[in-house]
Design a protein around this ligand. Structure first.
Ligand SMILES: N[C@H](CCC[C@H](N)C(=O)O)C(=O)O
Length: 264
């Protein structure tokens, strides 16, 4: 069996994207997913996404982290899957799809995908951090000179501390700039490294920043590009959360049968 795939990136968060409407992909083979995501032995990606049919929805997004395990929600991956669905002709103007954390709606305008995220009910406010679930768990810490931060070392030490080592967490380092925009770098669980951008992390950081006084919409820059997060806020209850930014098809290809068999 060969595997046809596309490669997408959303602000540098990159994904192997597979049209699996025929449900042929061996999704239980986590080693295969891990190999396909490997940057030396495979295609190379932060995650792998299957687009599948789902009754009552335009499609379902099934997301795996680069470590091969089924993931929770992925904001940039969600935006890329919407762009892929549009490319495949699965929807026209507005789409409704199912992801790991439930229903999502999205639109595409001038190449920018606007993805509705799940409501956030409650944020843990620590002494020097915020912790919340935006579809995936996110620890957010604010600082200065985030460009110089050792995101890998510090992020990893938080992700593997006593509190988080079991379930894991993503760790975001955010800087509030004088123009009220945010600069964010993220250590991602499941990739276990810094990625160029993390959609659910950018969303969590924008909501955390709103508790420090920033108003919607929040403009964000990550090492991989620019995003925007808008929302409605009532205390620590957030609704109508939209993550907006580019999602780009980079190339398409085929994993040959002997490689799939070798990996299996
Ligand atoms: N890159 C993703 C985050 C994936 C979350 C995943 N790394 C986890 O929580 O296990 C995003 O754009 O939202």
């Amino acid at each position: 069996m060969t595997i046809q795939f596309y490669k997408y990136q959303g602000t540098g968060n990159d994904f192997v994207m597979i049209d699996d409407r025929a449900e042929k992909f061996p999704a239980e083979d986590h080693d295969l997913v891990k190999h396909l995501c490997h940057r030396r032995f495979g295609i190379g990606a932060d995650g792998l996404i299957l687009l599948r049919n789902k009754a009552g929805y335009d499609f379902e997004m099934v997301y795996f982290n680069a470590d091969g395990r089924l993931g929770s929600m992925c904001g940039n991956g969600g935006r890329c899957t919407v762009a892929f669905a549009k490319f495949l002709g699965v929807f026209q103007d507005k789409t409704k799809f199912l992801a790991a954390d439930g229903d999502h709606e999205a639109t595409i305008e001038r190449g920018l995908v606007s993805l509705k995220m799940n409501e956030v009910n409650g944020v843990e406010c620590g002494t020097d951090f915020y912790f919340m679930n935006t579809g995936s768990p996110h620890y957010v810490t604010f600082g200065e000179n985030v460009a110089e931060e050792n995101v890998f070392e510090k992020g990893r030490s938080i992700r593997y501390n006593d509190r988080f080592k079991q379930e894991g967490t993503n760790v975001n380092f955010a800087e509030m700039r004088t123009d009220k925009s945010l600069y964010i770098r993220t250590y991602e669980r499941g990739v276990e490294d810094e990625t160029y951008s993390c959609g659910t992390g950018v969303t969590a950081s924008a909501l955390a920043a709103s508790l420090k006084g920033l108003e919607s919409p929040v403009k964000i820059e990550t090492p991989g590009g620019k995003l925007e997060v808008s929302f409605k806020k009532a205390g620590e209850h957030f609704t109508d959360i939209y993550l907006t930014g580019p999602a780009v098809q980079v190339f398409k290809g085929e994993v040959p049968a002997q490689m799939v068999e070798f990996l299996a």
